[in-house]
Design a protein around this ligand. Structure first.
Ligand SMILES: [Zn+2]
Length: 350
């Protein structure tokens, strides 16, 4: 199965789920790799420090997953060693394996390689030393954004755990193709991930939503009845990337579980995300989650909602059946009005 990441530099990898179901334990590691087992899975990385940080991040995501949903967080193996992802995944025989690009090693190397190639082509007069200096500068800029690496890991880990915990089918395994994250509705799949983010990312999202409401940040807020039904704004772009990735993998004779990084820059990156409403979708998911948790005074309200979807119900069904008991209206029009009132109160315009 292939999954698309949306991190600061547009980087994507292949996301694999294998059928075995044993809780992962750290096996003996080949030279140059370190494994750290946590309470909710394990992390493999190129430094002991990274393995420890990543294991802590997936444990934190498990804690948040369990706080917000009614089911235990499925055990997860994070593998921050792209070149050895397939072999390690097979060796672990883990239920869920998630590739990761480590900050100081594979990630920087991959980005450095891509930048070097781009610079050689676009600025043929640059000396090799000037190229390396330019790469160092760019990597430092990207490094600033990666203070939030643990938050992004927790986000991605919860996407994976959410689909697994509720047995929502993934798009790759025959689920609804229009859905970015599988047969779960896109808003709920994204919300599951956003609920697992760290405090700083969470605070940033609320702040950006406030700026958007004040018109200082261009974006949009969808009516709830639309938001709850819509496809992820990046669904189309992702579908395109997946098709390209598969074609490329087939042409190069790589297996489906192989790992590949593509970096989009400049106009290409702008074409990919610049014209989409993707940032607004994440912000609305965050604030909608706040609204539901605060209004229902129930931290794991999403567990109940996910159970409804898993049983084939719609949000409207869930509202009709569970709204009154949770301090919510039972029909979507009144629900929409309550949401609007929440926005007016917490996020005044202007
Ligand atoms: Zn996400």
């Amino acid at each position: 199965m292939i999954r698309i990441y949306h991190i600061s530099a547009i980087v994507w990898g292949l996301w694999t789920i294998s059928p075995a179901a044993a809780a992962p334990l750290c096996p003996a590691m080949p030279d140059g790799l370190f494994c750290k087992a946590g309470s909710s899975g394990l992390a493999i990385a190129e430094t002991a420090d990274d393995a420890m940080r990543f294991a802590a991040a997936i444990d934190e995501s498990a804690r948040l997953f369990q706080a917000h949903f009614s089911r235990p967080a499925p055990s997860l193996a994070l593998i921050a060693a792209p070149e050895r992802f397939v072999a390690l995944k097979d060796q672990l025989q883990t239920d869920l394996a998630m590739p990761w690009l480590a900050r100081h090693a594979s990630f920087s190397r991959a980005i450095g390689d891509a930048l070097r190639e781009t610079l050689r082509k676009s600025m043929p007069d640059l000396t090799p030393a000037a190229i390396e200096a330019e790469i160092d500068k760019k990597l430092a800029e990207i490094g600033g954004a990666q203070n939030r690496e643990e938050g992004v890991i927790a986000h991605e880990a919860c996407h994976t755990r959410f689909i697994k915990a509720y047995a929502f089918s993934s798009a790759e395994s025959g689920g609804a193709q229009s859905h970015y994250g599988g047969s779960a509705p896109d808003w709920l799949d994204e919300t599951a991930a956003i609920l697992c983010e760290d405090a700083k990312t969470t605070a940033d999202r609320r702040r950006q939503f406030a700026l958007q409401r004040q018109g200082k940040f261009q974006g949009r807020i969808w009516p709830m009845r639309h938001f709850l039904e819509m496809a992820h704004p990046l669904a189309q772009e992702d579908a395109h990337l997946l098709t390209e990735a598969k074609k490329e993998a087939a042409a190069e004779g790589r297996s489906d579980g192989a790992f590949k990084i593509t970096i989009y820059k400049g106009d290409e990156a702008k074409a990919l995300i610049g014209n989409s409403n993707a940032p607004s979708f994440y912000l609305q998911a965050r604030v909608f989650a706040d609204f539901l948790i605060e209004t229902t005074k129930t931290e794991n309200i999403f567990g109940s909602i996910a159970e409804g979807y898993a049983a084939g119900r719609t949000f409207n069904d869930w509202l009709a059946e569970n709204g009154a008991a949770n301090g919510l209206p039972t029909d979507i029009a009144a629900f929409e009005a309550k949401w609007e009132a929440y926005l007016t109160h917490h996020y005044p315009i202007g």
